[in-house]
Design a binder for this molecule. Sequence first.
Ligand code: GDP
Length: 437
Amino acid sequence: MSRPIVAIVGRPNVGKSTLFNSLAGERISIVKDYPGVTRDRIYADVTWLNNQFTMIDTGGIEPDSKDEMLSYMRAQAQIAIDTADVIVFLVDVRQGLVDSDFKVADMLRRSTKPVVLVVNKVDSFEKLLPDVYEFYNLGIGEPFPISASGKLGFGEMLDEVVKHFTSGNTEESTDERPRIAIVGKSSIVNKLVGETRVIVSNIAGTTRDAIDTPIRRNGKEYILIDTAGLRRKSKIKEELERFSIIRTVSAVERADVVVLVIDAIEGITEQDAKIAGIAHDRGKGIVIVVNKWDLIEKNNKTVNEYTNDIKEVLAFMSYAEIIFISAETGQRMHKLFEVIEVVIQNQNLRVSTGVLNEIMMEATALQQPPSDKGKRLKLYYITQVSVKPPTFVIFVNDKELMHFSYTRYIENKIREAFGFSGTSLKFFIRERKENDK
Ligand code: GDP
C-alpha cells in the first residue's frame, strides 16, 4: 500500500514551511545530491504512532499582489485536493480570519477530501485560545491550535490527521491493477489512452483532466496516473512548475511503475533527473522512454550516444531500461508495455535464501571483503525480506566494515544472476555475533 499523502495548504507566512520542518525533523527527504540534481525539499517522511505518511510542501510561491493571491491559493488548494489523502489547512491566529481563507475553505469543503483545520502561532495556549474559536466560522470543523515554531499542540493535530487515513486509502489498496505514472516534460498519455479521457472539472481558470484512467494492453489492465493535470490558462505564473513537481511526487508515490518520458529533441533535463531521483528514492519500478524518436536524424551511433548521455546523468539508476519511441508514429509503443511487464515482474521477484547465499559465498571468495585495523569484514548470511522493491538483509560481523562499495559489489553479483532490470534493490546491513550464527 502506498503511503498516505498529507498536504499543507495556507496563505504565505502562516507558517507552512516551519510546520513542515518541525514535523519532518531530521527525516526530511530531499532529492539526493546526485550530479546535476539540485536540492529541493518537496516531501518529507513523517512517522506518528505507527503511522507513516508523506508530507508534501505546497508552499514556496510568493504572489506579487492581492489579485494574484487568490489565484495562487486556488491553485495550491486544487493541487492538494488532487494529490493528498488528507489536507491540513493552516491559518494564522495573529492575522485572524481573512477573506481568502473563506474562499479556500469553500473550495476544500466542496472537495471530498478530509481537511484538518490547524491554527498556527498559538504560542501561548492560555492567552490565545479564545481567538482560536473564531475559526469555527470557516465551517470546516474544529480548529486545532498549534505553535509550529514552539512545537505545541502537535499531538492532537497529528491524531486528527492520522484518523483519516484508513478511509482514504482502502480503494487503492484493494485494486490489484498495476499503477503506472507517466511523468516527465513531454506527455504521451493522450496517445496511450486515446479518446477515452474525459475532462472532469473546470475550476477558476484551470482545466483538469481525469487523473487515473484504466487502460487495457495485451489483455492486461493497468491504471494510468496522469500528471499533466493543471493546465495554465490564467495569469498564474510559471512558478506553477513547482506545483507540477508536487503532482509528480504524488503520482510517483501512488505508482508501481514510473515511466519517465524524455523529449528526444531536448535531451534529458534537470527536472527529469529530479523525478528519476524521487522514483529511485521510493524504490519504484522505472522505465525511461525517449519520445519523438522519429524527429531525430540518426546514424548507427545515435542510440548509443543517447543511451550514454542518459546513463551519465542518471548514474544512480544504471538498472533502468531505456526505450526509444515515437508516440506520433507509434514506433515501438507496443514495446513499452512489454518492458513495463518485465519491470513489474522484477519488482515482485523473490530469490530463495539458498540461492542468495550461494551467490554471496561465491562473491566473497572472488573478491575478499575489506578489512580495517586488522579486522576483516565477514558476511554470514543474506536473505530477501520483501519486494517492491526487492529488499535484502545481510548479516555481518561489523557494520562499520561493510562499505558502500562492497554492498554495491554484492548487488552487482545478484544483478548478474537475476537482472532485476528496472528496479532498485535495497540492502540492510545487520550485525550478528559470530557464535549466534
Ligand atoms: P509559510 O510562508 O507559510 O511557509 O510561512 P513560514 O513557515 O515561512 O513562516 C512565516 C513566519 O512565521 C516566519 O517568520 C516564522 O518564523 C513565523 N512562524 C511560524 N510558525 C510560528 C509560530 O508558531 N509562532 C510564531 N510566533 N511565529 C511563527
